[in-house]
Design a protein around this ligand. Structure first.
Ligand code: NAD
Ligand code: WQD
Length: 330
């Protein structure tokens, strides 16, 4: 029996593949490489000694998805594949809805045809929109502020409806907070195309001199230093969270978990930690608030700890050191 990892050559997927292979799990990867590179499969092999079977395939191509299920004995799917840039989703909503939602529907219909009923889905803290209070619990109101977030919310609803209609399915919705950091080898990490939208890849490119300075989007929020506060989680902790989530699949229906640390750090905290840990300077300027940003977002991650026995263990220093180690290696 194998686990299919869609989006397995991407940032979070690749780290999760390493975690699963190291735990002895047989894996198959499906990715269309629209935001990742085939050489990631080589890096996974270097790190684990095992080369997972890789299909360069698009979830929108239902025949290609069928082929993957026909050729492998898949009993569980971890579904990372999707487009994830918030700003781009505002400019290209139809592309985002098609890729993320139709891609998921194709995957689900092939899963059902092949008697595969276990799914772990990459959701996001973005489904909490602008939370009224923090820390955020799983039963908070759901709302979104951009098409990317809406694809996550709709897919969550589709999966809930599916589980009501067909009680053979077990689904885990993992709502990630802000994943940063990289594998300690420097072989895997976050390497977005073009100018990064997210804070940490922007910071590492400023540190390397590729970008001149960081724009800090607003210093007049109602937070301790006025800059935005987020729950940054090491990507390796996130990867182990997926392994822990297998436990929840043993009970049918939908299970929802926040994957975060429960700690909030500001943009200035990140800059200061990065400079101190890596002994580099991050020139920055205070800029206008970024439209759609919220002041504070951090998780109550106690449900995952209580039910899955999972807890994030890596520090902000680990996240900053590993992100810089990865960038230097590029
Ligand atoms: P990523 O872009 O690095 O990985 C996604 C992978 O999916 C890429 O390798 C891409 O080539 C592939 N892909 C996209 N559309 C596809 C399609 N139609 N068919 C096949 N492959 C396709 O992103 P990531 O940061 O690793 O995120 C993984 C998942 O986690 C995504 O669903 C994302 O929305 C979600 N998520 C990410 C974050 C974050 O900050 N990185 C936070 C919350 C949730
Ligand atoms: C973090 C903080 C910015 C860049 C996004 C998505 C969310 C999820 C994770 C997928 C904020 C500030 C950033 C910069 C800055 N993705 N910042 N200068 O916005 O919390 O979440 O990624 O699901 O859905 O919305 O993450 O890394 O973009 O920003 O000052 O150049 O850094 O204002 O306070 P965000 P981020």
């Amino acid at each position: 029996m194998a686990v299919l990892v869609t989006g397995g050559t991407g940032y979070i997927g690749s780290h999760t593949c390493v975690e699963f292979i190291q735990k002895g799990q047989e894996l198959v990867i499906l990715d269309n490489l629209c935001n990742s590179k085939a050489e990631v499969v080589d890096h996974i092999e270097t790190l684990t000694g095992i080369r997972p079977r890789f299909y360069k395939a698009d979830l929108l191509d239902i025949d290609a998805v069928k082929k993957v299920f026909d050729e492998n004995d898949i009993d569980t799917v971890i579904h990372f594949a999707g487009l994830k840039a918030v700003g781009e989703s505002v400019a290209k909503p139809l592309e985002y809805y098609t890729n993320n939602i139709v891609g998921t529907l194709n995957l689900l219909s092939e899963m059902r045809k092949h008697n595969c009923f276990n799914l772990i889905f990459s959701s996001s803290a973005t489904v909490y929109g602008k939370p009224k209070t923090v820390p955020i619990k799983e039963d908070f109101e759901l709302t979104t502020t951009n098409p990317y977030g809406t694809t996550k919310l709709y897919i969550e609803q589709i999966l809930k409806d599916l589980c009501v209609s067909d009680n053979r399915f077990s689904v885990v919705l993992l709502r990630y907070f802000n994943p940063i950091g990289a594998h300690e080898s420097g072989l895997l990490g976050d390497n977005p195309n073009g100018i990064p939208n997210n804070l940490m890849p922007y910071v590492t490119r400023v540190a390397k001199g590729i970008l001149p300075h960081l724009n800090v989007f607003g210093n007049d929020y109602d937070t301790p230093d006025g800059t935005g506060v987020r729950d940054y989680i090491h990507v390796l902790d996130l990867a182990s969270g997926h392994y822990a989530a297998l436990k929840a699949l043993s009970e049918r229906g939908v299970h929802i978990y926040n994957l975060g640390t429960g700690n909030g750090y500001s943009v200035l905290d990140i800059i200061n930690a990065f400079e101190r840990v890596n002994d580099v300077k991050i020139p920055y300027q205070i800029a206008e608030r970024r439209p759609g940003d919220i002041a504070e977002c951090y998780a109550d991650a106690s449900k995952a700890e209580f039910e899955l026995g999972w807890k994030a263990i890596r520090s902000l220093d680990d996240m900053c050191a590993s992100a810089w180690n990865f960038e230097k290696n590029l």
